[in-house]
Design a protein. Sequence first.
Length: 218
Amino acid sequence: MKIIGFSAGVVDHDSNTDRMVKAIMEKSGYESEFVKLTDLNYSTCKGCVWLCAKPEVCKLEDDLVTCYQKVKEADAVVLGSPIHFRSISATMSAFISRLWGFRHVNFAIENKPFVLVICGIGHRKETAEEDFRKALSPFKVRILDVVKYSSRVPPCYRCGRHQECSIGGAYKIWGDKAHTLTITPELFSRWEDDAKAVDKVATAAEKLRKIVATSTQG
Ligand SMILES: Cc1cc2nc3c(=O)[nH]c(=O)nc-3n(C[C@H](O)[C@H](O)[C@H](O)COP(=O)(O)O)c2cc1C
């Protein structure tokens, strides 16, 4: 029994998105593999369906080549995305688009259990969950659970210019106080310190554990 997790968490950091994907897999108790999509180089689907229709797998040659078989063979999949522009990130959206080969004539990953993880600043109403579900709906996968976490960690905490900016997330959270704000490690909220997030991760892992156990019994 194997679970594969793909995260589009921010590059060069072990982000909340990454750690939630890993924790859900680990807590399920099954063998798992983690792939950080932002470390890979790949394009979105280019629409060359005459190439992927027959083999039922994408034929573009980039860093995603090794991922398709892993998705097909896994008993369950965990996908994690930060919220970008109130939706899933383009990195995650491009990844899902490249699974298009799995829906020619046959639904190659129909009913495969998926858990979705979404992390964002969370200061406005988001449509990320709806967009995540819509992107996956052509594949007829089974969405077991959606785990959301509002970290209130805007990109501005890493950009180095928050004190001179009145448009970014730091300004939206702090107002004029952002102009004198010193970025300290404590500002980088961690889901592990949030009881509700911890609960949600445990619940998703438990659902995964049960469903994978059931599907492999019969
Ligand atoms: C280009 C871009 C757009 C973003 N748009 C949103 C947004 O619309 N809503 C939101 O809550 N967060 C938004 N964010 C913030 C990220 O979701 C947030 O910084 C990220 O979740 C932090 O990573 P982590 O929680 O996985 O550690 C955006 C970040 C970037 C880089």
